[in-house]
Design a protein around this ligand. Sequence first.
Ligand SMILES: N[C@@H](CCC(=O)N[C@@H](CS)C(=O)NCC(=O)O)C(=O)O
Length: 200
Amino acid sequence: MSKQNEQAFNYFTLESLHMCFLLQPFGKIPALEDGELTLFESRAISRYVLRKYGSGTRPDLLRESSLEESAMVDVWTEVEAQQYLPAISNIVRQCVIMPLIGGVRDQAVVDENVGKLGKVLDVYEARLSSSPYLAGDFFSLADLAHFAFTYCLVAGTEYAPLLEKRVSVRAWWGRIMARPAVRKVAALIDLGLLKPLLSA
Ligand SMILES: N[C@@H](CCC(=O)N[C@@H](CS)C(=O)NCC(=O)O)C(=O)O
């Protein structure tokens, strides 16, 4: 990430959050304005950014030169959206966001979603026991799409053992977190920073 891009990577201002809520027709974040183009849905935004800026760079996170590899990237990016996110986002919302905005976590919701996430992670464990990354033997958008909520779960809740006790999932998460770019972004995330914004 260039110095200029690092400065642009300043999510955590009231202004940028409000701008997202205005641009996103469902009133959520993220949204991206690039010239005349306005995009929403995080995975669509990621694909756009990768297609626009990622060509010729390493790693190739979409693998679009291979029909089979890009199909596997699509499969596991969908799994993240349809299976993983619904469970993990409920846990992070209750354990991290609720306390930040002065609410009280609903432990029944947490417990239900810990159960759901465990079942999803059993499938991941099976997959990752035969493949270092979700889509194959290469790091891709499918892996990267897991970063934000998984980082919040591991860094901000007591449920990191959900990943740690599954050997192949733990090794996969370790490989993701060892990447220099991921470490750089992780260092920019301060969960406490959200507090004044969420209660405004
Ligand atoms: N499918 C959308 C989901 C967007 C979404 O739910 N964003 C959350 C933050 S991660 C949000 O805006 N929550 C605030 C709210 O629901 O009011 C995407 O991937 O962009």
